[in-house]
Design a protein around this ligand. Structure first.
Ligand code: ADP
Ligand code: MG
Length: 796
């Protein structure tokens, strides 16, 4: 644990008054190997005084805690975690996601190395113990059919020829040899099961470690008794059987499972590490006419950065010189490179093509789009979707239930087992404890969320968390905002008309002078057109926007209105003279901005926003997926219908004012549909929030990540298709994982208990149980890893 500033500081600082606002901290917990571990740490935190909310993620080792600073402190929280037997560390001040990832990577690597050694020792010892145990076993003494015993017997036959001396050894002595072999291995390789089980017990809990500790502990204690006092056993008509080899196999297999699982878990984070690796470590800056290669941390906003052909862009910035095709696929998922030239923005992590670029740095380090994406993905990966709670609950009741079943197993074997073999029930009870470990159940959800969010990031689909991922599979209706979503959102002026002959320039000049103050895409188009024509714009004395309708203000002493028919008609302007002209333009897909001075119509400016070329493909795919796609816009009905025809939609909600967009979404929801709203994230925020899933469109350089549960980095509608595919796949994989984990336990427990023994004589020895348990966890993680293959399904 590291101590930021000093302990003294924290103690001297005045304690916040009770009832002060809760604080939040994210601790890094180390040493967790399974879902039971994270569940235990979480429970310990939740129970500790002053903690309002705690969530511990097994995959990332992050514990997010909301606490009352008047009652507890981050240091105290670390201590709480450490008392459960795991390591805890405070976040380092200002640590970047990249260095956090690098540290995690190093920790995981050392954890894997330690596990590898422990597994090696345990496997070797288990094999040796198995061989040494062979002479102690009489085939006839073990009734029924046990796959593991079959293997043992198979080994025994040739061994008897090879090493006859072993089979003539004194059984009492062999038992001591086995004890001497097992004891240190149990301590070295299996020690942590016992220490953790002990911690759990002291806190009144039991978890997977308890199952394994009690299982191996029972086998070892019984063996110890048989080793020390075989005579007592024989005097009471019992065989002095030892189970050292079983205990060692359990430890070996459980550790092997942990090891494989840790490796697979590491792979689930590969996508994020790949993203983090995109940013170069250094940059070439031009200072005082000199080219200098400096470490990236030394690049400041405003610096002029040189990006050579084939290099990765080191900062977010604006191109000042040069033109090049830039590959942005790593962020947007869009495989075709985009041409970037002077005035255009490039973002850190993208790959420059064959031209050299000089870029003025706008955002560096933590502020870049890439860094923000990384942080978002990390948070998402650490989040718990609601289904996790089901898994937690099942895992929670599992342990006590399993202990009861194990005791029952023991009792039944004792009472009804074969004559003289009362104690063989111990082996079955131990098998029950080992095989029932709810490990796979705990891994079912977090591994899938981890892989899916990482894969999404690679496809340019940022999912805010497990909950959004889970919910998006159920979407039935997709509402598309027209401007900037269905269309490119970069409208251009296509026509200017004036009532008075020759007054077109004046119409454009007045409109542009007022629109300068507006941030609407239509306004931008009008201003651009005026500037292209070299018009000198005036400065409005008054200005107000009329959301969803236009703008009004005062220019050179006159009241000026620019906006749609509704705005002008409501202000008493007679639209008659231009009504035909406007209708014609609208039918052609244009948006018409009418211009009036002192409530007298002067002329109009027609603006056209081209439909995104990929929108058509995306909408076709969405409809093929069985989704209803609705166009929602504040624009006039004629223009909206024109766009709808062009992209292939059937339902249009037009002339909807901004504050009504939210109601439009609510209306669809009341019709009983699960609605996703796709918008630009800036003026569609309320509708995005109202929808079951808000999908915000980014532009590659500007990613409004806060406004939706899902953000499409590249602002390409095909990302919606990808998001829904990803969500559907994740949903399916999570169900599969939970189903198989449950089936595994439901089937394996009675088998281990010996339910089939009376029928076909089948018994499962503890070693087989341990192998099966390890296999089930590994198969769940592997199943989740299949999500790495979800593709965008692009096409034309
Ligand atoms: P959308 O739903 O397409 O995003 P808005 O709700 O922003 O559209 O605007 C609806 C309509 O209001 C536009 O189609 C346009 O006719 C008019 N309008 C809004 N802002 C302006 C403006 N600044 N200048 C001219 N017309 C505007
Ligand atoms: Mg809009």
């Amino acid at each position: 644990m590291t101590t930021p500033t000093s302990e003294v500081d924290l103690q001297v600082a005045p304690a916040p008054a009770p009832g002060s606002p809760p604080a939040a901290v994210s601790l890094t917990v180390s040493g967790m190997t399974c879902a039971a571990c994270s569940a235990r740490v979480q429970r310990a935190l939740e129970k500790s005084p002053g903690v309002e909310q705690a969530s511990v993620n097994l995959m990332t080792g992050a514990a997010s805690v909301v606490y009352d600073p008047a009652v507890t402190s981050p240091h105290e929280l670390c201590a709480v975690v450490e008392r459960t037997g795991y390591g805890a560390r405070l976040p380092e001040e200002g640590e970047s996601v990249e260095s956090e990832l690098a540290r995690e990577e190093a920790e995981q690597a050392s954890e894997l190395a330690v596990l590898r050694v422990k597994v090696g020792i345990a496997l070797a010892a288990a094999l040796a113990a198995m061989v040494l145990s062979l002479p102690l076993m009489e085939p006839a003494s073990l009734p029924g059919f046990d796959p593991f015993m079959q293997v043992m017997m198979l080994v025994a036959r040739p061994l008897r020829e090879l090493w006859p001396g072993l089979f003539r050894a004194d059984p009492d002595l062999l038992r001591y040899v086995l004890l001497a072999l097992s004891a240190p291995v149990v301590v070295v390789s299996g020690g942590r099961f016992f220490t953790r089980a002990w911690w759990a017990a002291r806190h009144g809990g039991a978890d997977m470690n308890s199952l394994i500790a009690v299982g191996t502990g029972a086998a070892l204690l019984l063996s110890l008794a048989a080793t020390l006092a075989p005579g007592w056993f024989r005097a009471h008509g019992l065989a002095p059987d030892v189970y050292y080899e079983a205990a060692l196999w359990i430890i070996a297999f459980v550790l092997l499972g942990n090891y494989l699982e840790a490796g697979a878990r590491h792979r689930t984070g590969a996508a994020v590490r790949r993203l983090a690796g995109l940013r170069p470590d250094s940059a070439t800056v031009i200072r005082g006419g000199q080219e200098l290669v400096v470490p990236l941390v030394e690049v400041l906003p405003g610096d002029l950065v040189l990006v050579r052909p084939g290099q990765r862009v080191p900062v977010d910035g604006r191109v000042v010189e040069g033109t090049s095709a830039v590959d942005e696929s790593m962020l947007t998922g869009e495989p075709v490179p985009v041409v970037r030239g002077p005035g255009m923005e490039v973002v850190a992590g993208t790959l420059n093509g064959s031209g050299a670029l000089r870029v003025r740095a706008l955002r560096v380090g933590r502020d870049t789009v890439l860094a923000r994406i990384l942080r978002l993905v990390r948070e998402a990966q650490a989040s718990r979707p609601p289904v996790q709670r089901i898994a937690d609950r099942i895992a929670g009741i599992f342990v006590p239930v399993v202990f009861s079943i194990a005791l029952l197993t023991l009792g039944i074997w004792w009472l009804f087992g074969p004559e003289g073999e009362h104690l063989t029930g111990v082996a079955s009870a131990v098998s029950v404890l080992i095989i029932a470990c709810p490990c796979a159940m705990g891994l079912a959800v977090p591994t899938a969320v981890m892989v899916a969010t990482g894969r999404g990031a690679e496809l340019g689909v940022l999912v805010r968390g497990g909950e959004a991922l889970e919910r998006a599979h159920a979407i039935q209706t997709i509402v598309l905002d027209k401007t900037g979503t269905g269309t490119e959102g970069r409208p251009a002026v296509t026509r200017v008309e004036a009532l008075a002959p020759g007054a077109e320039t004046e119409v454009l000049r007045l409109a542009a002078s007022l629109e300068r103050r507006s941030e609407h895409p239509i306004a931008a188009a009008i201003v651009t057109a005026a500037k292209e024509r070299g018009l000198v714009l005036g400065e409005p004395e008054e200005f107000a926007t009329e959301p969803g309708r236009g703008v009004r203000g005062r220019l050179e002493g006159h009241e000026v209105l620019v906006g749609n028919a509704r705005l002008l008609a409501d202000s008493g302007v007679d639209l008659g003279p231009l009504a035909d002209s406007a209708a014609r333009l609208e039918a052609g897909g244009s948006t018409v901005a009418l211009v009036a001075v002192e409530r007298r119509l002067l002329g109009l400016v027609a603006v056209n926003d081209p439909v995104r070329p990929t929108a058509r493909t995306a909408i076709r795919q969405l409809r093929e997926m069985g989704l209803e796609v609705v166009l929602l816009t504040g624009d006039n009905r004629r223009a909206a219908e024109r766009v709808a025809r062009e992209v292939g939609l059937d339902r249009v909600m037009a002339e909807v004012l901004p504050h009504q967009k939210r109601d439009a979404v609510a209306t669809l929801q009341r019709e009983g549909r699960v609605v996703a709203m796709v918008g630009d994230g800036i003026n569609d925020a309320p509708a995005l929030a109202q929808a079951d899933i808000g999908i915000a469109m980014g532009t590659g350089t500007d990613v409004a990540m806060e406004s939706g549960q899902i953000t499409l980095v590249g602002g390409d509608l095909r990302g919606v298709v990808a998001a829904i595919r990803l969500s559907r796949s994740t949903h399916r994989i999570i169900r599969q994982n939970l189903f198989w984990a449950l089936v595994y336990n439901v089937v394996s427990i009675p088998l281990a208990a010996g339910a089939l023994y009376p029928v076909i004589g089948l018994r499962l020895s503890p070693a087989v149980a341990a192998a099966a348990m390890a296999l089930s966890s590994v198969s769940v993680v592997s199943n989740s890893l299949r999500l790495r293959r979800v593709s965008l399904g692009r096409g034309r």
